[in-house]
Ligand binder design. Structure first.
Ligand SMILES: [Zn+2]
Length: 399
């Protein structure tokens, strides 16, 4: 058995023991609670936090209020261990060793992931019919944003169709995060429109490989010296023998260098955010948010709730929140899920795929489309057909 597998099994056992124990509590993370105030509450030395590497300190700032975490206390109420999820993939684990020492580690979340393909004939409206068939309200929103400016969903009527392929995650029988659309088809009066995600770049194209990249239009928010830390969702480090995660891109740049909005939107947050220090979050209203951390200071006069344009000056590079050199940590969130900023920000060279990439994409698209057609023909077409159910997600990228 290799170490990675062992590690995963250990984390499952740990988690199961956890659940069967009487003292385990599943709690919503209190509003206003930071990682440090949590340590204080349970008399855990703050050194535990200050000794962490900067990427781990940043992970501690990803804790979201109201998100469920698992706390295990001893009979006398003393802290024993805690599991705090910081993304769909990674959770923080703090535990007390028998010698009384506290330890910190990041562990993968062993969720279940499966793909569903569904074809739904329109009877009332896209939103209503999709919710009836899938139990999810966000799929219709994602669908509408994919076909924005192309399909007028209000004009859909009886006899029209939508077909979707999407991925869902669940943890202990409960939904984890939002479903992710892999492919969609809309049929209006016999005319079919497609959007299919290309797994290589996470962008959507039509069945011919033509791109629709407008909504992905971000710019790099500063002139930087170098990228000092890349985005990593969950990576096993064979030398350190532990998991690493970094939910953003770090750009090294001198203190005081101007930071600009990566795209237009509304300033949703402006202030201190744990290990992220002075932070701004901009909501771009297309499911995307950007986060700018460790700022030395904000642009004078910038207010929460204010609208900003792409390229508008918002703040200055600094080192607030942690002690390493000045840099900008840029986070990019799609429907609340951290994604690699550099994958999305890159300006597309062409408005579509070409060459071998195009051929591979089209071959895959054909399979999905034929799947949709089979689904539309089936008798029971308002029922989601669960394909690849319970695809156990345990693969871990190695360095
Ligand atoms: Zn960072």
């Amino acid at each position: 058995m290799n170490l990675t597998v062992k590690k995963i099994i250990i984390s499952i056992i740990l988690f199961l023991n956890f659940l069967h124990s009487a003292e385990v509590q599943e709690l919503p993370w209190p509003k206003g609670e930071s990682f440090l105030t949590f340590l204080e509450k349970y008399s855990i030395p703050q050194k535990l936090y200050f000794d962490l590497e900067k990427e781990d300190k940043e992970l501690c700032s990803e804790i979201v209020a109201d998100k469920r975490f698992y706390l295990y206390t001893e009979d006398n109420g003393d802290f024993n261990q805690v599991l705090i999820p910081v993304s769909d993939d990674i959770q923080l684990h703090i535990y007390k060793e028998s010698n009384g020492q506290f330890k910190f580690q990041t562990l993968p979340i062993n969720y279940e992931e499966y793909t569903e393909t569904i074809a739904v004939p329109i009877s009332v409206s896209v939103s209503h019919d999709l919710q009836q068939a899938t139990g999810d309200v966000t799929l219709a929103l994602q669908l509408k944003s994919l076909f924005k400016g192309v399909v007028d969903f209000r004009k859909m009527q009886k006899g029209d169709f939508v077909a979707l392929k999407y991925k869902k995650k669940s943890l202990l029988g409960r939904r984890l995060g939002l479903p992710e659309l892999e492919a969609a088809m809309v049929e209006i009066r016999g005319k079919k429109y497609y959007r299919i995600k290309n797994s290589r770049d996470d962008k959507y194209y039509n069945e011919k490989g033509k791109g629709f990249t407008k909504s992905y239009f971000f710019k790099i928010p500063l002139t930087y010296k170098r990228i000092s830390s890349v985005f990593t969702k969950k990576r096993w480090h064979p030398v350190l023998k532990r998991y690493r995660a970094h939910l953003g891109t770090d750009f090294a740049a001198p203190r005081g260098r101007k930071i600009y909005a990566a795209a237009g939107g509304k300033v949703e947050f402006k202030g201190r955010k744990g290990g992220y220090g002075n932070t701004i979050i901009i909501n771009h209203h297309n499911g995307y948010k950007t986060l700018y951390a460790h700022q030395n200071g904000f642009k004078k006069g910038l207010k929460r709730g204010q609208r900003v344009k792409k390229g508008q000056h918002i703040g200055y590079v600094g080192t607030t929140g942690l002690s390493s050199g000045p840099h900008l940590h840029l986070g990019l969130y799609k429907n609340g899920r951290a994604v690699d900023p550099m994958k999305v920000i890159k300006r597309p060279k062409t408005n579509g795929l070409s060459g071998k990439k195009k051929a591979t994409f089209i071959a895959n698209a054909k399979k999905i489309i034929s799947n949709f057609n089979d689904e539309m023909k089936s008798e029971n077409r308002t029922q989601a057909t669960k394909l690849n159910r319970l695809t156990y997600k345990s693969e871990v990228k190695k360095l």
